[in-house]
Ligand binder design. Structure first.
Ligand SMILES: Nc1nc2c(ncn2[C@@H]2O[C@H](COP(=O)(O)OP(=O)(O)O)[C@@H](O)[C@H]2O)c(=O)[nH]1
Ligand SMILES: [Mg+2]
Length: 232
């Protein structure tokens, strides 16, 4: 998470974005380094669900937001990260909710942003969604990092592409997470990760491969989340 602090006084209008405005995973916990997940030993509580991206929470703490297509595995990932299976609701019938869910760790909030890309969403609800996310990305001064989830098995959808644009424009530090790695064999996984990275123009160090089922990449991501924004 070395670059995140630097962004605060970068002030270039965020042109670098996803692709070069990277949020580098914490190097000390790369696989083989004896990974422990710092988030699992911390208390966490659900703060609430809010429709307003400018909601004022006390205390003011750095926020790490999680975003991705509906059903990409966001709730499962949050639960795995903090080691609390029942914390965020895992759903097999993806979402109607357009609320921001806040969870508090001692020194930061995790923000579960509404999922995007339901096939049946109307034009106006898509516009509303876009407004909500843009508003959050543009105005949230405590936003220290965004975890952007993509299903390892799927090619980026038009919604994913649009989200990448929004993230780029925002100039916020982003870490891409490829989810559901357990669905592929080991050899297919490496190949697929390279393909998807190429399709999105992401460098290997901007990506974490995860499985909420097997725990792959969870400790590494936990360490990155715990240090986002420069504090730890
Ligand atoms: N195999 C596998 N399934 C997963 C994983 N993460 C989530 N799922 C499943 O994908 C579906 C959607 O998960 P959920 O966490 O609710 O996704 P969300 O809509 O992005 O919050 C559920 O059926 C989960 O059990 C994973 O890492 N591996
Ligand atoms: Mg969810």
């Amino acid at each position: 998470m070395r670059k995140a602090g630097g962004r605060a006084h970068g002030g270039t209008g965020g042109q670098s974005g996803v692709g070069s405005n990277d949020w580098i995973p914490a190097p000390s916990v790369r696989p083989g380094a004896g990974s422990t997940n710092p988030l699992q030993s911390q208390p966490i509580e659900f703060v609430g669900s809010f429709p307003d991206p400018q909601v004022d929470l006390e205390p003011r703490l750095p926020e790490i937001a999680f975003i991705g297509r509906s059903n990409v595995g966001k709730s499962s990932l949050i639960n795995a990260l903090v080691g609390r299976p029942g914390l965020a609701r895992v759903s097999s019938s993806p979402g109607k909710t357009t609320l921001l869910n806040f969870y508090r760790l001692p020194d930061r909030y995790l923000v579960d942003l509404p999922g995007y890309g339901f096939a049946r969403a109307s034009k106006s609800s898509r516009a509303g969604y876009r407004r909500l996310i843009l508003n959050y990305l543009r105005t949230r001064d405590r936003l220290s990092g965004i975890v952007w989830l993509l299903d390892i098995r799927r090619d980026p959808s038009p919604d994913d592409r649009e989200m990448q644009e929004l993230l780029m424009e925002s100039g916020r530090p982003v870490l891409a997470v490829f989810t559901k790695a357990d669905k592929l064999t080991r050899s297919a996984l490496a190949l697929r990760a390279r393909e998807l990275a190429r399709a999105l123009d992401l460098q290997p160090e901007q990506i974490e491969l995860t499985s909420s089922r097997t725990g792959l990449g969870i400790a590494e991501l936990g360490a990155s989340v715990a240090t986002a924004g420069g504090t730890s």
